[in-house]
Design a protein around this ligand. Structure first.
Ligand SMILES: Cc1ncc(COP(=O)(O)O)c(C=O)c1O
Length: 390
């Protein structure tokens, strides 16, 4: 259940403060403290959404015009947009045919002297293979920003996603494990980076250094005409106190929210088990999936289409399910474009063959069922649909 009395009481606390500038419930700071603790990170910085997070983290790491950032093409396009917002160009590396996450071997092949950063995406909630990427980063002095928009409490060899790379980005958009409608968070263990990221999100205000609410300035100082506020250039990417209140309640109940998704994925996995032509995303040893959704690939040699399967699944009582986003560089906004005169990739079919082959065959089944009956219903529909086509 997404909203409980806990979230409502925190929202009420914010409202009772009347949005005064001189006193607040301090929800932003409370959320960040709780999130940083839950994700084993030194710092957490709240944002208005999980695209602004990517932009700000890259900018704070010094990424800008003339640079290249390696990204996967099989993701929501915000991963590439965050790069473009900095003035850098995204460079597409291919994905692993079984986990569908960024393939470190392909990343290696895309490195150039202009490469500044890598953004592995924990697709569908499966932690990406960040070990080899962090080793590469150490060798080549690169910044690794995990796009964990879909991954809450996923684990990679014991470590929670959010605590592994130089920085990690989360989204609280409607579909995510935790949500207040729109929101985002960056985690990092680097104090200097955290400080820059926060100033980017807060219009470049010097007073926010050190953390939300930490830079309290006296009334005399702030009302003085001689007071200088901006120590850098920034954007207003702040999260509202109302959203922070909802998220504070949810981060305190995050295990329960994630467990609902794991239980739904488990019910679907049992229904799919043994089917030779519906192949789930591979979970490598040592990885804990957080199942933002449960995703399968339709085998190449079946005699029916993705659309046929979906139609039958609905007839059998299942919920609608989603196809994967188009391979990003084939979207009209990207295809054939040159985003900088240093761009060497041609954004056309054939750039990442594994992703292009996978994308039309993926089926993203929902896992956000808090009611066990709906979970069971989805699993029953899956069993019946598989039986129909087998
Ligand atoms: C992988 C990925 N990255 C980034 C984003 C962007 O997050 P937001 O919608 O909060 O801007 C999303 C969101 O849906 C996402 O799934």
């Amino acid at each position: 259940m997404r909203i409980t009395e806990r979230e409502i009481s925190y929202v009420n606390e914010v409202l009772r403060h009347q949005f005064r500038t001189t006193a607040s419930a301090g929800m932003g700071g409370r959320l960040e403290t709780a999130f940083a603790a839950k994700f084993d990170s030194g710092f957490a910085i709240a944002f208005a959404n999980g695209t602004a997070t990517l932009h700000a983290a890259l900018a704070a790491a010094g990424v800008g015009p003339g640079d290249e950032v390696i990204v996967p093409p099989l993701t929501m396009a915000a991963t590439s947009l965050g790069v473009l917002h900095t003035g850098a160009v995204p460079v597409y590396a291919d994905v692993d045919p079984d986990t569908w996450n960024l393939d470190p071997r392909s990343v290696q092949s895309r490195l150039t002297p202009r490469t500044k950063a890598i953004i592995p995406v924990s697709l569908y909630g499966l932690p990406s293979d960040t070990g080899p990427l962090m080793a590469l980063a150490l060798e080549k002095n690169l910044f690794v920003l995990e796009d964990a928009a879909q991954c809450f409490l996923g684990r990679n060899h014991g470590k929670v996603v959010g605590s592994i790379t130089h920085a990690s980005s989360f989204s609280f958009q409607n579909s995510k494990h935790m949500s207040c409608g729109e929101g985002g968070m960056i985690t990092t263990n680097d104090a200097d980076l955290a400080d820059k990221i926060r100033r980017f999100s807060c219009l470049g205000y010097g007073a926010v250094s050190g953390g939300a609410g930490k830079g309290k300035i006296s009334r005399e100082t702030i009302q003085d005409p001689g007071y200088l506020r901006h120590t850098s250039i920034g954007w207003n990417y702040r999260l509202s106190e109302l959203c922070a209140a909802v998220l504070l309640g949810q981060v305190e109940r995050l295990d329960e929210l994630v467990q609902e998704r794991l239980d739904s994925a488990q019910a679907l996995a049992e229904a799919v088990a043994g089917c030779a032509w519906l192949i789930p995303q591979k979970v490598p040893a040592g990885i804990v999936h957080s199942y933002w959704c449960y995703t399968c690939r339709l085998a190449d040699d079946v005699a029916f289409s993705w659309q046929d399967f979906r139609k039958k699944y609905l007839e059998m009582g299942g919920d609608g399910f989603y196809g994967a986003w188009a391979v990003n560089y084939l979207e009209p906004a990207f295809r054939g474009k040159r985003f900088g005169d240093w761009q060497t990739q041609s954004l056309e079919t054939g750039l990442c063959p594994v992703a292009e082959r996978l994308q039309p065959r993926l089926m993203q089944f929902k896992t956000n069922y808090s009611d066990p009956k709906r979970r069971q219903n989805a699993a029953d529909a899956m069993r019946k649909t598989i039986a129909f086509f087998s």
